[in-house]
Design a protein around this ligand. Structure first.
Ligand code: SF4
Ligand code: SF4
Length: 403
């Protein structure tokens, strides 16, 4: 596993030769494409609309020429169609990029967030999407820069983007009609948020996998649902707050993102500021593989609940904030010794070992009775397993079996 705790380098890849923008997703392969091959597009131009539970607007992140559609692995692990755009590297902004016009009322802020397809940039685990039709009593913001349990993500970013983040949080609070609680790791991290009228809570991220859950549960005062919106809670990252600021104040959809790339198979680690749609292969090649490495296992998201990718041939979307590149383990996982540790630590009180067992035996009714849908995919069951079984992956399979 990757164990870097310090960021060694930072790179700017804001001018890639091409970007690869996913058109379909795990929820929907249907979309309307508004541009043709050979057509010129500009930064922030709406190029497609995807259909699913709700419409998703898709924007160009560079100014350049549409080259066509290719199939690539998506961050959810399936292969979907991507639009390829050759970058002219002139960054011409589309004429429709305009901030909220008139007063910054809740309804105008909500409208802009929806119009620009801002969804919440950390989509896995407890984080919530934006759904302003639901009443919210609390807005929680995760300002703990950690990719559990080994990688500490760059706290410099919160200082670097301080103004955008603070203004984005205030806009969100206004749009959601709810007060804000910021989760921080230290007094130093808290210094960015004091005197802003936010409730600030210090958490201990060493309590791997459950600290977010516990901090929110304590304030809400009850057990939490899988979808926090059902508990009238909105939970976002500081990246999302920044995206809200850029949407409302500048009228810009998410065209850039910050990604940490690290792992035992690499020469070092680095923070990359990239255009959304940049090839991850290009980012990894910038760092270089460590000497003698011939094979690597690549995953995105966190070590606990991230997703393994087939190869490095995928593009970096706004939902990818970490790419792990590790030397693959030689040993196969051991068998379950029924120690019960995974059952003991599960923050939502379900029984991952029993669910895994039911999934192995394809017992649909049993899976259903074991409340698998309550799983928040925190990954802590996999983390504590002495047999190094990817318990979460079994839970995901069980979920798929009954949906
Ligand atoms: S089953 Fe595992 S991943 Fe799901 S909530 Fe429990 S500990 Fe977390
Ligand atoms: S922690 Fe691992 S070995 Fe122990 S019961 Fe759970 S799956 Fe089995």
């Amino acid at each position: 596993m990757a164990k870097a705790t310090n960021i060694e380098e930072s790179h700017n890849l804001l001018s890639p030769n091409k970007v690869y923008i996913p058109l379909a997703s795990v929820n929907s392969k249907y979309y309307d494409l508004f541009v043709d091959e050979g057509e010129e597009v500009k930064v922030g131009e709406k190029i497609a609309e995807r259909f699913g539970d709700s419409k998703t607007h898709i924007f160009s992140t560079v100014s350049g020429k549409v080259e066509g559609v290719v199939e690539l692995e998506f961050h959810s692990g399936i292969v979907v169609e991507h639009l390829v755009i050759a970058n002219y590297k002139k960054d011409i902004i589309h004429v429709n990029i305009k901030p909220v016009e008139g007063e910054l009322t809740a309804s105008n802020i909500q409208k802009k967030i929806n119009e620009l397809g801002i969804k919440g940039l950390a989509q896995r685990g407890l984080y919530t999407r934006f759904d302003f039709s639901k009443t919210v009593d609390h807005v929680f913001v995760n300002a703990v820069y950690q990719n559990e349990p080994f990688i500490h993500v760059n706290p410099e970013l919160v200082h670097h983007y301080q103004n955008e983040i603070l203004e984005g949080i205030k806009l969100l609070s206004k749009a959601a009609f709810a007060p804000v609680t910021i989760l921080v790791r230290s007094n130093e991290d808290a210094s960015v948020f004091i005197n802003e009228g936010f409730n600030i809570v210090r958490v201990n991220p060493n309590n791997v996998g459950v600290w977010k859950y516990n901090a929110i549960r304590k304030i809400v005062g009850k057990e939490l649902s899988k979808d926090l919106l059902d508990d009238r809670v909105m939970f976002v990252s500081t990246d999302t707050a920044r995206a809200v600021y850029n949407a409302v104040v500048k009228g810009m959809p998410v065209v850039e993102t910050d990604v940490l790339v690290s792992g035992t198979a690499l020469k070092g680690n680095a923070y990359f500021t990239v255009r959304v749609g940049t090839s991850v292969k290009e980012m990894i090649e910038t760092l270089g593989y460590a000497e003698g490495v011939e094979d690597a296992s690549i995953y995105i998201g966190s070590i606990l609940c991230g997703r393994t990718m087939q190869s490095d041939d995928f593009s970096c979307t706004e939902f990818v904030n970490f790419v792990g590149v590790d030397i693959p383990k030689k040993d196969e996982p051991h068998v379950c010794i029924k120690c019960g540790r995974c059952n003991d630590v599960c923050p939502v009180g379900i029984l991952p070992q029993n669910i895994m067992d039911a999934e192995l035996r394809m017992l649909e009714e049993r899976i259903f009775d074991l409340d698998v849908s309550k799983c928040i995919e925190c990954g802590v069951c996999s983390y504590v397993c002495p047999s190094e079984i990817n318990v979460l992956e079994w839970i995901r399979r069980a979920k798929r079996r009954i949906t």
